[in-house]
Each structure stands twice: as structure tokens, then as C-alpha cells.
Write a protein that binds this ligand. Structure first.
Ligand code: FE2
Length: 339
């Protein structure tokens, strides 16, 4: 396994790069926009391919690099399902598994710092976002933060992990790089409390000023998805049109979500499941083109937009995708099947 902790000194953000040596797939957690060139260079040097990128929550102190990374590498953008971010390509719920070849990250819904905060557990380590910091905890005074939720997320979830679990937070302002759950239990000053009320009173009396970037970062980070209008320009069609095209035998219907999403939400009848990265490989190797005409859909239309972009570069033009993806299909009450 490849593991790198990267630092943005302007916002004191830690970004994590995880790579699987086997097939060379990589994942990045909490990227910072200004650092994207550096990530791309490092990915090249490590000879790995970025396939997934995660934001633990909507950040208030920097603009996320997830959209730029998506645009440059066609990776899947992921956040927890409590996010208000307009479109991320995959939303995970509490206790869901994100796969990176044989590596697995388990999502834990840990609200409190914000109402959309998730932590991600991988083997012996937890990426805690801003929920639990080294010798600190994420502030709870904006973005629907709540000190009671923070207490529950920390005491009922994170501190119940094995004491030796390594803690990798999204920020540190004092030069600390890593801690463990056991260390934080003992030495984190905010956790040495006897009741939830005591913790809440500490959190409600921090009197911090707002992050400098907040007014720009929050709204920008909420709108990093590929808008429906842009999806339309990439051969996007609305659900009604899509349903008519399904009857046309000229097209092969491809569901490019991951298999766990298909199992969880169902799919469209007649579709074949070929996850995005696999699909792009087949297109590049020219081994998917029996029919050369496809109807594509994913969760929200973001991955299918990326696929169309790539296909256009290979001159595969007679392909359409579903604007708004399976979510829109379900919203408009078109039939689904369970697999
Ligand atoms: Fe934050």
C-alpha cells in the first residue's frame, strides 16, 4: 500500500493519498485546489491512477480540489449522503464500504463540526476530517455544527475504536501529524469532561473568528458538480427521452455505477453493469464497441458525463447519457428493477 500525508500550509490542511500497488489505483482524501498540480505530479511519480476522491465534509477554509481532480483524471467524487454539495458523483451512507481494489474504507457518519461530516476508517487508521483533531476537536459554531452531535460522534463512535487506531485529521495548526485514539482519550483536553454539558459549554465558549475564506469557500464547495446544463451539452437527455431510446435495439445500455450501488438502489431493466473505470478501459482498448452506440447512466449524471467526454475523444459519437442519472430516473417514477 502507498500512503502519503500531504500538507497545505495556507489552510493547514492535511490531504491523504492512498494507493494500492496491485492494479495501481489511488484515492485522495480532502484535496486542496491550489495543490492539484502537485497531486497530479505525485500520482505520476508513484505510477498510480487516481480513481476516487473524497471530501470528509464541505470545507470552510479552502476550496476543495475534488472538481479539478475529477476534470483532470475522470475520477469519482465522493461525499457522505448528508452533504448539501449539489452534485457529487457518489454519496455514501453510514457504514458503507468504499473499495480501492483490495483496500476498503468504511464510512462513519460523524456530524457535529458540520452536519455533513463523515470519517473514513481504513484498517488501522481513521481519517477523521474535522470531527476529531489532535488534542482538539472541530469547532461547532457554523455550517449547522452542533456540540451535542460532536460529543456523540466522538464519544460514541470514534473513541470506541481500538485504542491503537491511528488518527489522521484534516487539519493541524501545531505541527502534529498523527495520533492514536488511545492518546486522544487520555490527553485531548476537550475530552477530559464528565458530561455532555461540560463538553458543550467548552465548545460554546471558544469565541473563534470565522475562517478568512469562509464566504467564498462554502458556496464554491457546494457547487462543484457538473451542472445539468453542462450534462446536456455532453449528449445528455432527460429521463423521458432516455426511456424512449431504451426501446431502440441499436443501443447497448450500460449502468456505470459500482456494483454495491446497483445492489443498494436497483437499476434500469436491460442494462449491463460496467463500472466507470472498467468501461473507460474497454473503450480505450476498443473492446466495448460491438454496437458502438450506448445509453449510459450513473447515480447523478456526473460519471456518465465524464464517460461521454472520453468517448468523444475516441470519436464514439452515437452515445447518450441520462441527465441527473438514476436519481432523476427514480424521482420521475420510471420503473426500476432490483438485482
Ligand atoms: Fe472543516
Amino acid at each position: 500500500m502507498i500512503f502519503r500525508q500531504l500538507f497545505d500550509s495556507v489552510s493547514s490542511t492535511y490531504t491523504y493519498l492512498i494507493g494500492s500497488r496491485e492494479g495501481g489505483e489511488a484515492l485522495i482524501i480532502d484535496p486542496v485546489l491550489e495543490k492539484v498540480d502537485g497531486y497530479i505530479k505525485l500520482l505520476e511519480q508513484l505510477d498510480v491512477k487516481l480513481v476516487k476522491v473524497i471530501d470528509t465534509h464541505i470545507h470552510a477554509d479552502h476550496i476543495s480540489g475534488i472538481a479539478e481532480l475529477r476534470n483532470r483524471t475522470n475520477c469519482i467524487t465522493i461525499m457522505g449522503d448528508a452533504t448539501k454539495a449539489e452534485v457529487v458523483s457518489m454519496r455514501v451512507s453510514d457504514n458503507e464500504i468504499i473499495k480501492l481494489e483490495s483496500l476498503e474504507l468504511k464510512s462513519l457518519y460523524t456530524p457535529g463540526h458540520t452536519d455533513d461530516s463523515f470519517s473514513f476508517m481504513m484498517n488501522d487508521r481513521i481519517f477523521s476530517g474535522d470531527t476529531l483533531l489532535i488534542r482538539g476537536t472541530g469547532r461547532t459554531d457554523f455550517q449547522n455544527g452542533d456540540p451535542y452531535d460532536s460529543y456523540n460522534s466522538i464519544f460514541e463512535r470514534l473513541l470506541k475504536l481500538p485504542e491503537g487506531t491511528f488518527l489522521y485529521p484534516a487539519h493541524d495548526y501545531n505541527g502534529n501529524t498523527v495520533s492514536t485514539i488511545g492518546e486522544e482519550k487520555k490527553y485531548n483536553p476537550r475530552l477530559q469532561v464528565n458530561s455532555v454539558e461540560e463538553y458543550v459549554s467548552i465548545m460554546n465558549n471558544l469565541n473563534l473568528s470565522n475562517p478568512k475564506m469562509m464566504d467564498i469557500a462554502v458556496p464554491t464547495n457546494q457547487q462543484l458538480g457538473i451542472k445539468h446544463e453542462e450534462q446536456k451539452n455532453l449528449n445528455g437527455i432527460v429521463a423521458n427521452e432516455f426511456s424512449k431510446k431504451l426501446l431502440d435495439e441499436e443501443f447497448e445500455i450500460i449502468d456505470i455505477r459500482e456494483d454495491h450501488e446497483v445492489k443498494k438502489h436497483g437499476t434500469i431493466k436491460g442494462s449491463k453493469n460496467v463500472p466507470l473505470q472498467k468501461f473507460l478501459e474497454l473503450i480505450k482498448n476498443n473492446s466495448m464497441q460491438k454496437k458502438n452506440s450506448f445509453l449510459l447512466f450513473c447515480a447523478v449524471g456526473e460519471r456518465s458525463s465524464l464517460a461521454i467526454q472520453v468517448m468523444k475523444s475516441y470519436n464514439i459519437i452515437n452515445t447518450y447519457h441520462l441527465i441527473g442519472g438514476f436519481k432523476e430516473w427514480v424521482n420521475q417514477n420510471f420503473p426500476i428493477i432490483r438485482v
